[in-house]
Design a protein around this ligand. Structure first.
Ligand SMILES: NC(=O)c1ccc[n+]([C@@H]2O[C@H](COP(=O)([O-])OP(=O)(O)OC[C@H]3O[C@@H](n4cnc5c(N)ncnc54)[C@H](O)[C@@H]3O)[C@@H](O)[C@H]2O)c1
Length: 273
């Protein structure tokens, strides 16, 4: 299926960035926000970044205007009925995302691809809220979406090859560098990067290292473009801690506890009793 019209649900930090990527790549894009004010704010963010691109000579003024002209705003999910691909970027709450997907499933054509930009939730659990889980995939962009090339294309339990391929090809057409992966906690980059950054923080204390020296060490010894302390500051310590907790909850012993596997006292832990 040829993707022509794209819907973006939520024009916050990620949604505005994703909508910008889409309009700059020539796709008619419908952005849905919960209120007209928030929609206008999302459009203003995109306009600001496009103008900055014009100032820096990355695109012409005419290209910037044309890109913005491809964006339409709505507060109604039903206005996404004609979209070939819808990317959801609302708050990181499972119940909310499931609600949005159930509604998207009702209003869009059955062959439209529905993608979530979730960082840490299970794409499969979001897909289960629809009657067509085979057309649901993850498209995990990185912040800022217009700048960072990677998009993780996540295959959920029931995603079809067609849906995964359509999302992958669309990401390529926007100039991104997509990679495919299964629906596992943290996908690829966060699964590796978050524990690694936490180890860097522990080493500060263990090895008696100052943040500047840690950053110098990793930049010069491991070739990191930015040291771990500067990177955590950029991500935001609150965002990083939240991501760490979400990952930890899905891996190892916390997941066992949530499943009621408490060891001998519950009859099951690593062994069965
Ligand atoms: N910020 C990042 O670095 C980053 C990176 C990758 C993925 N993500 C993921 O992207 C998604 C959005 O994150 P963000 O940082 O853009 O958040 P944000 O707070 O900037 O935006 C949240 C969006 O959710 C919408 N929203 C809030 N309540 C809603 C409701 N009841 N119904 C419908 N929409 C509602 C808001 O209007 C807004 O558009 C999350 O799933 C997040 O995990 C974030």
């Amino acid at each position: 299926m040829e993707i022509r019209t794209v819907g973006v649900v939520g024009l916050g930090t990620m949604g505005a960035g994703i909508a910008q990527v889409s309009v700059q790549s020539g796709f008619d894009t419908i952005g849905r926000e919960v209120s007209e004010e928030l929609g206008a704010r999302g459009r203003a963010t995109i306009e600001r970044y496009l103008s900055r691109g014009v100032e820096k000579g990355r695109l012409s003024e005419a290209e910037g205007d044309a890109a913005l002209g491809r964006l339409t705003l709505t507060t109604e999910l039903t206005d996404l009925a004609g979209c070939d691909l819808v990317i959801e970027a609302v708050l990181e709450e499972l119940a909310l995302k499931r609600e949005v997907f159930a509604e998207l499933d009702r209003v869009t054509r059955p062959d439209a691809v529905l993608a979530t930009n979730t960082s840490a939730l299970s794409v499969s659990e979001i897909a289960e809220a629809t009657g067509h889980p085979e057309r649901v995939v993850g498209m995990h962009f990185f912040n800022p979406a217009p700048v960072l090339p990677l998009v993780e294309i996540v295959r959920a339990r029931e995603s079809s090859d067609e849906a995964v391929d359509a999302a992958y090809r669309w990401a390529e057409r926007t100039g991104k560098q997509p990679v495919r992966c299964n629906d596992t906690p943290g996908f690829i980059v966060n699964r590796i990067l978050i524990p690694l950054l936490n180890d860097c923080v522990r080493v500060l204390d263990e090895a008696g290292v100052q943040p500047e020296e840690m950053d110098k060490a990793m930049a010069n010894g491991a070739g990191w473009p930015m040291g771990p302390c500067a990177l955590i500051d950029l991500i935001g310590i609150d965002v990083h801690v939240h991501a760490s907790q979400a990952l930890h909850a899905k891996l190892g012993e916390e997941r066992m506890a949530a499943d009621g596997k408490l060891g001998r006292k519950s009859g099951a832990g690593f062994y069965s009793y």
